[in-house]
Ligand binder design. Sequence first.
Ligand SMILES: [Zn+2]
Length: 62
Amino acid sequence: MADEQAIINCTGCGVPILTWWASGNHGLLRGDYVLIADTVWHPKCWEKQTEKYAWPELPTKS
Ligand SMILES: [Zn+2]
């Protein structure tokens, strides 16, 4: 089955990001972005966000 692509604006800076969505399989990501819940971020934007707010229950980077 083919993966689906979607262009979603980065929640941090608003710049569109091309994302890939593997059908029937979570956790397969290609490209330079991170998925946080239902939002899409550039890794750098997400880092900035975490530094800014230091939320207590963020997923830790592995
Ligand atoms: Zn961004």
